[in-house]
Design a protein. Structure first.
Length: 293
């Protein structure tokens, strides 16, 4: 068994305490039926508090286990990941306006406080998934996953880009009665669109992994998306301020907390999509190979 390389950092302990306090408050609202004003105001912040606690705890564990994590390197790295996370998720919030899939309830009446809550919550998405994927990497999960090498010809790359552009741009212009069924295309569209660009520019690319028959990073990201999805829906269900799903489709009564199980499949490409989008943008600013997994 691998021993810890460093002492568990203090910020990890703070993260665990944040998780303990918020989960205790969530449990108190449900199990003890204590739904007073103070508990409502506290659990209004359940998503950002739980996720920042999770991020701090996992980053600390990786620091203790292997000496560093993707968030190591100072506050600038944390700020960068957070800003990317907010920006990327706002793209999907824009889709949600024209292809309604979810809505938020029990939000704070003050607009400034509400926007602060959005920012704090959205900022956790990318670092949460990336740290989870890095944690899986540190334990060698899927490390030997291999497949037959895939040769990327210019034609194949162009076909991928065309399909990605269509998947991203067409759904908002479809008739309203079928538009809501198109989220599956959106969740994979940016992968198909941007991965050929990343591959050609020489930045971090899953297509290049596939070219060598390496599926490890792809599967680690997919599993990270699924694990984070389980936690998102778990913490969201008990929170006072939360999201609920309104997209159409079959099997909507079969749910994992608020999420229809059929929609849970969207979490599998979600982390992959953020990985692709992150390296597409960050590739314009840095050539650092290990920036973000």
């Amino acid at each position: 068994m691998k021993t810890l390389a460093h002492r568990y950092p203090r910020y990890g302990t703070i993260g665990l305490l944040m998780l303990l306090v918020m989960n205790t408050a969530l449990l108190a609202r449900q199990a003890a039926h204590l739904d007073g004003q103070y508990l409502r105001e506290l659990t209004m912040w359940a998503t950002p508090v739980c996720w920042w606690g999770y991020i701090m705890a996992v980053a600390a564990w990786l620091r203790a286990r292997q000496g560093a994590s993707i968030l190591s390197g100072g506050h600038d790295r944390v700020v960068m990941f957070s800003l990317f996370s907010v920006a990327f998720w706002c793209i999907f919030e824009a889709y949600n306006i024209v292809i309604p899939g979810w809505q938020y309830i029990n939000l704070h009446v003050n607009q400034a406080v509400r926007l602060t809550g959005y920012a704090c919550a959205f900022a956790t998405i990318l670092p949460g998934m990336f740290l989870t994927a890095e944690l899986l990497q540190s334990y060698g999960v899927f490390i030997n996953a291999r497949t037959r090498p895939w040769r990327w010809t210019p034609t194949r790359l162009n076909i991928s880009m065309v399909l990605g552009v269509l998947f991203c741009l067409v759904p908002p212009f479809l008739p309203a009665d079928i538009r809501g069924y198109c989220w599956a295309f959106v969740w994979v569209g940016f992968i198909l669109w941007l991965e050929p660009i990343n591959y050609r520019r020489g930045v971090q690319s899953l297509y290049r992994d596939w070219e060598y028959g390496d599926l490890s990073r792809t599967l680690q990201l997919a599993l990270a998306g699924a694990l984070c999805g389980l936690l998102w829906e778990f913490w969201n269900y008990w929170a006072f301020s939360k999201w609920i799903y309104i997209f159409p489709g079959p099997f909507l009564n079969i749910r994992y907390f608020e999420m229809p199980v059929i929609g849970f499949l969207g979490f599998l490409p979600f982390a992959i999509e953020f990985f692709v989008m992150f390296h597409f943008v960050s590739g314009f600013f840095t050539r650092e190979d290990k920036l973000g997994l």
